[in-house]
Design a protein around this ligand. Structure first.
Ligand SMILES: [Zn+2]
Length: 325
C-alpha cells in the first residue's frame, strides 16, 4: 500500500495523501482557476475552479488538479510551435511573440549553462563523467556545460539534438546506468513528482549524480476570505474577456510586486508545482537521494545537486517512510 503522498496516482486529487514533497497533512487550500488555454488544450474543456494546496511544513504549493498521461500527451504535442503560441494568446494577452522569443532565448542562454557548471563545481562533482543524460533537455543545450565521454538527451518532443549528443524520444528505449542526469525546468510540470524522481533514480548508476533545477515562483497570497474569492471567481468563469483582463492584472501583480491583489488568483497553467528549497530537499531525501547542495543558482533558479544512494532502492517504502522536512 502507498505510504506517502509520493504514491498518490490520482491526478484529480493530488493532496489526498498529503504534501507531494514531505508527506505532511498540514495543508491549506485556496480556490484558484484552471486557465482556459490549459483546459482547452489538455482535455477540451472550459476554464474551471481548482484548489491551490499550500504545505505549512515545507512550503510547497501545488494545484489539486494535475494532468493524466493522456492530457500530458495532448498538452505537450507540438509544444510551443506557432499554433501553441496563437492558441495561448487567445486566453493570455500577455503571451506575446516577443515574450515567447525571450523565453526561448533565455532557455538557450550561456547564463544557464554557466550556472549549472558553477553548481556542479560547488558540490564537488567530478570534472568529467563517463556518461551524462539531460532528461527533458530539448536539443541538449545544457549538456554543453558538462564534460562527459557520452552525452544524450531524453525528450519526447524528438527534436534534433546538438552535434555529439544522442537523442531518445521513447522512454522504453532509454538505457540506464548514467553517471550524471540533468533535470532542468521539468519537475514543476509533473503531476506526480516523486514518481518522476523514482524513474530518474532507476536511470542513474549507483552513486550517480543528479542536477535538479526549477524556477523560483513565490508570492504573497490574496488578502480576504477564500469563500468570497471562490464566489467571485465562479462569476468570472463564463466570461473569457473578463477572465483575460483579471488574469493579466493578477499575473502582473504576482510577477512584478510579488503578491496577489484582493480577490486575485493564480491561474493553473503548465506549472503545477511551486517549490521551495525545503520542499526540494524533502522530496529528494524521501526518494533515496543524498542532497549535496541546494539553493539559488547564478541564473536565479532553485537547484539541488544530489546523489543516488548506492545501497538503497530509491522509492522503497522504507525510504519513503523516513520523512524529514
Ligand atoms: Zn510539504
Amino acid at each position: 500500500m502507498p505510504t506517502s503522498a509520493a504514491e498518490n496516482p490520482y491526478h484529480l486529487q493530488r493532496s489526498a495523501a498529503g504534501c507531494l514533497c514531505c508527506g505532511s497533512s498540514n495543508l491549506q487550500h485556496e480556490t484558484q482557476i484552471v486557465s482556459g488555454f490549459l483546459a482547452a488544450r489538455a482535455w477540451g474543456g472550459p476554464p474551471q475552479l481548482t484548489q491551490l494546496v499550500c504545505c505549512a511544513d515545507c512550503g510547497l504549493r501545488f494545484f489539486e488538479r494535475g494532468l493524466s498521461e493522456s492530457e500530458v500527451a495532448r498538452y505537450y504535442r507540438s509544444y510551443r510551435d506557432a499554433e501553441y503560441v496563437r492558441d495561448r494568446r487567445r486566453w493570455e494577452i500577455f503571451y506575446t511573440p516577443t515574450q515567447h522569443a525571450a523565453q526561448v532565448a533565455w532557455s538557450h542562454s550561456a547564463q544557464r549553462t554557466e550556472a549549472l557548471r558553477a553548481a556542479l563545481t560547488g558540490a564537488d562533482a567530478p570534472l568529467r563523467f563517463a556518461s551524462a543524460l539531460d532528461h527533458g533537455g530539448d536539443h541538449g543545450h545544457m549538456l554543453t556545460a558538462v564534460e562527459a565521454d557520452r552525452k544524450a538527451v531524453f525528450d519526447p518532443s524528438a527534436r534534433a539534438t546538438l552535434p555529439g549528443i544522442d537523442g531518445y524520444a521513447d522512454s522504453h528505449l532509454l538505457p540506464g546506468g548514467w553517471d550524471l542526469i540533468l533535470s532542468c525546468q521539468v519537475l514543476e510540470h509533473v503531476s506526480v513528482p516523486a514518481a518522476y524522481l523514482r524513474e530518474i533514480g532507476t536511470l542513474l548508476a549507483d552513486s550517480g549524480w543528479l542536477y535538479l533545477e526549477v524556477p523560483v515562483e513565490q508570492w504573497r497570497p490574496a488578502p480576504g476570505s477564500d469563500a468570497l474569492r471562490a464566489a467571485w471567481l465562479k462569476l468570472l468563469l463564463p466570461s473569457r474577456p473578463l477572465l483575460m483582463v483579471a488574469d493579466l492584472l493578477c499575473t502582473a501583480s504576482r510577477i512584478k510586486l510579488g503578491r496577489l491583489p484582493p480577490l486575485g488568483f493564480v491561474a493553473m497553467r503548465e506549472h503545477l508545482n511551486y517549490f521551495t528549497a525545503a520542499a526540494l530537499r524533502a522530496i529528494l531525501t524521501n526518494g533515496g537521494f543524498t542532497v549535496h547542495t541546494c539553493g539559488i543558482n547564478r541564473a536565479g533558479q532553485l537547484f539541488a545537486v544530489a546523489r543516488k544512494f548506492a545501497t538503497v532502492n530509491a522509492g522503497s517504502d522504507k525510504t519513503l517512510s523516513t520523512i524529514t522536512c
